[in-house]
Design a protein around this ligand. Structure first.
Ligand code: G3H
Ligand code: 13P
Ligand code: ZN
Length: 305
């Protein structure tokens, strides 16, 4: 069934688990995440970015997710991830998205407040939940600013931001970043900052850039020809700790991409005569599904649907 993020995140936040938001760009990824949710009896957020929309088309993506939501016995939301402007967000609301993120993290505080408030005022009357971001991760957001350093979220500013905008969930920057190369040295998150944000902000908190970049997947991909030297993610123990410090939504894209890539490479290397896309993409879908199921167990959302 199709629900919005608020329906999923308020209980998660209250009961101390997190719901995974998994990025999809195509049918295989959608099948992987929805089958995983059914098998784990887990609520799930299906996330679509503007570049996924550019790749596959808004109507195609929104319709396949709505079709999935209708046919699964678990609550599923269709969420715009990193919506960059009011127009994109409005189009997604029009296409039936149940949740949207407006990412004004590259703006000055007052401009981020104004843009986010405008989205909230448009989305809430339609029953659509809104996520915003304060602070800035390295990675996706760095494309839009000159400075590449992450800006960690200030707890007092977070409190003021939520009060002024009325958002339903807040993405925070506490040391994670997007992609497969999150740390040059040891992984480190600012848990003290997260604790302070939690103390001051009552809406569910969101952790972007949360892939763990499992080394066994990296090793498999590299075995079959990938070049991924230095890839490093967030250790699972850090994820568990972040949930215990109040994170209720966790965004995962990179780990699905890695699982997909490693498996496609393996199939092509082991079966050079194969040219049926289903025999190549089918195993890749299964690999993504296993990753998602593992996340649901780690996040504590298994059995919560
Ligand atoms: O934050 C989400 C991503 O991992 C980047 O996704 O390449 O679809 O923009 P994208
Ligand atoms: P990863 O790159 O760590 O998977 O993060 C994904 C994300 O935050 C999507 O919004
Ligand atoms: Zn993100």
């Amino acid at each position: 069934m199709l629900v919005n993020n608020k329906d999923l995140l308020v209980p998660a936040s209250r009961k101390g688990y997190a719901v995974g938001a998994f990025n999809i760009n195509n049918l295989e990824a959608l099948l992987a995440v929805s089958e995983a949710a059914v098998e784990e009896k887990s609520p799930i957020i299906v996330a679509v970015t503007p570049s996924a929309i550019k790749y596959a088309g808004l109507a195609y993506l929104s319709e396949i997710v709505k079709t999935a939501a209708k046919s699964v016995p678990v609550p599923m939301s269709l969420h715009l991830d990193h919506g960059e402007d009011f127009e994109t967000v409005s189009k997604c609301v029009g296409a039936g998205f149940t949740s949207v993120m407006i990412d004004g993290s590259f703006l000055k505080f007052d401009e981020n407040v104004a843009l986010t408030k405008r989205v909230v005022d448009m989305a809430h009357p339609k029953g659509v939940a809104v996520e915003a971001e304060l602070g800035r991760l390295a990675g996706v957001e760095e494309k839009t600013v000159e400075e590449k350093e992450a800006v960690l979220t200030d707890p007092d500013a977070a409190k003021e931001f939520v009060k002024k905008t009325g958002v339903d969930a807040l993405a925070v920057a506490v040391g994670t970043s997007h992609g497969a190369y999150k740390f040059k040295a040891e992984p480190k998150l600012d848990f003290e900052r997260l604790r302070q944000i939690r103390e001051k902000v009552s809406v569910p908190l969101v952790l972007h850039g949360a892939s763990s970049v499992p080394q066994w997947i990296i090793e498999k991909a590299v075995k079959y020809g990938a070049e991924l030297a230095g890839a490093k993610g967030i250790p699972e123990e850090h994820i568990k700790k972040a949930i215990s410090f109040g994170i209720a939504k966790i965004n995962i894209d990179t780990d699905l991409r890695l699982a997909f890539t490693a498996t496609v490479r393996e199939v092509l290397a082991k079966s050079p005569k194969e040219f049926d896309p289903r025999k190549i993409l089918g195993p890749a879908k299964e690999a993504m599904k296993e990753v998602v199921k593992g996340k649901m167990r780690l996040f504590g959302s298994s059995g919560k649907a």
